[in-house]
Design a protein around this ligand. Structure first.
Ligand code: GRF
Length: 194
């Protein structure tokens, strides 16, 4: 568990696989005077993730991990988390599932953002499923990562109303806008309670 005292900030790593809009919002939060994190490391399983370009531009250390061997990949990640004294991991569009042993060895918090109102619509293609089920609302959730996919304790959620002519793309765009606001709030919340 993270322990914060006085004005201390903790080192945070963000894991990505692609675009990186949530990475950007976490970075912007980290730059606020009141923020409780220092964004020290960005880890990606893809060398061409757009988020990597953003991280490099802002002089955040980046590590690309080859996932052809999951065990080796996780070993490399753990080593880098340890060497950089990371105490909070934020998964932000990271398309790999962390193993049970990884979760056991990394003793600090790992949180994730998911584009639905969990526990509903775990997994992929959430917007497609929400629309075909004619839901009135969808949204996004920041939650702790546990062994079961998208099932850890919920930290914060934000509802998004469905519109008559919604498509998965249109809904994804509105949900993403809320995700980008929700992630920093969730980080702030868990570290305020620490
Ligand atoms: C987000 O929709 C997030 O909820 C999901 O992957 C997407 C990542 O988007 N897990 P971005 O790379 O942060 O823009």
């Amino acid at each position: 568990m993270v322990k914060l005292t006085g004005s201390n900030k903790i080192y945070c790593a963000v894991f990505i696989s692609g675009r990186g809009t949530n990475l950007k919002s976490i970075y912007n939060y980290s730059k606020k005077r009141y923020s409780k994190i220092i964004l020290k490391l960005v880890i990606s399983n893809r060398s061409n993730a757009t988020g990597i370009i953003f991280a490099k531009k802002h002089k955040i250390k980046t590590i690309v991990v080859n996932y052809s061997n999951k065990l080796e990949a996780e070993k490399k990640i753990l080593k880098n988390l340890k060497n950089n004294k990371i105490e909070l991991v934020c998964l932000a569009g990271f398309m790999k599932i962390l193993s049970k042993s990884f979760l056991k060895y990394f003793k600090h918090n790992i949180i994730n953002i998911h584009p639905s109102l969990l526990p509903r619509y775990k997994g992929l293609k959430t917007h497609e499923r929400v629309i075909s089920n004619k839901e009135k609302f969808s949204g996004c959730t920041v939650h702790f990562v546990s062994e079961k996919l998208d099932s850890g304790k919920i930290i914060l959620q934000k509802k998004v109303k469905l519109l008559k002519l919604d498509t998965p793309k249109k809904l994804a765009k509105r949900v993403l806008k809320e995700e980008n606001k929700l992630y920093p709030k969730a980080i702030d919340k868990i570290l305020s309670n620490a």
